[in-house]
Design a protein around this ligand. Structure first.
Ligand code: SAH
Length: 218
């Protein structure tokens, strides 16, 4: 039998080839980051063997860690080069934050459920990701103190694009956010350039609700 870590590394490489590269994700830095970050450590031990499957998984408190392919697509659309300051809304397990830590200079992540923050912080610390700050708050208000951000990633579905996030996006800057009703959303890429806002629709997705003053009320 293979040692556990080799087993997970091989599962991870297969995940990247079969679910991500084969579906057209091309950004080499995103591909490398997804090969590197040990996704299984971000889910409950009972789910370790499912962590590299082609589906979302429960992370407690009724929330989910996104399907690996969706993480790859959303991250690729941010076009990160390495020097950016990124804001993530919906820390959840911390997995997406770890991917962002690999690709940007500084990551700020906001989560509204205290229990999830503790778990995310523990695993991010254990893996040595020190370029991430996490706060407990309603992320539909963004994180004003460190604004503006080169890139913003919202990992929960919203009925509208929260205005504070648009305000906290740098010019030029890019934001990816799932927008729609509570059952299905469209992954929306919002760019700000020369004071103008542009929106482009990427693909259909299904996320848990973004709950807050500028998202869903409950
Ligand atoms: N990015 C996460 C997946 C997040 S699931 C990961 O990699 O695991 C969506 C998360 O958004 C949930 O944890 C949910 O609690 C959180 N969330 C929902 N509304 C929020 C809000 N207004 N502010 C911050 N977090 C929110």
């Amino acid at each position: 039998m293979l040692p556990k870590n080799d087993h997970f590394r091989i599962a991870r490489e297969r995940m990247v080839e079969h679910q991500i590269v084969s579906r057209g994700v091309k950004d080499k830095r995103v591909i490398e980051a997804m090969k590197k970050v040990p996704r299984h450590l971000f889910v409950d031990e009972a789910l370790h063997d499912q962590a590299y499957g082609d589906f979302p998984l429960p992370i407690g408190s009724g929330q989910t860690i996104s399907q690996p392919y969706i993480v790859a697509v959303m991250t690729q659309e941010l076009g990160l080069k390495g020097g950016e300051k990124v804001l993530e809304i919906g820390t959840g397990s911390g997995y997406q934050a770890a991917i962002l830590c690999e690709l940007a200079r500084q990551v700020f992540s906001v989560e509204r459920i205290p229990g999830l923050i503790q778990g995310a912080r523990r695993v991010l610390d254990r893996l040595g990701y020190h370029n991430v700050m996490i706060k407990l708050d309603d992320g539909t208000w963004g994180w004003k103190e460190y604004a503006p951000y080169d890139a913003i990633l919202v990992t929960a579905g919203s009925p509208v694009i929260p205005t504070p996030l648009l305000d906290q996006l740098k010019d030029p800057g890019v934001m990816v956010v799932p927008v729609g009703d509570e059952y299905s959303q469209v992954l929306t890429k919002v760019t700000k350039q020369n004071g103008k806002i542009n929106s482009k629709y990427l693909e259909g997705v299904r996320f848990v609700k973004l709950i807050g003053d500028h998202g869903w009320r409950v």
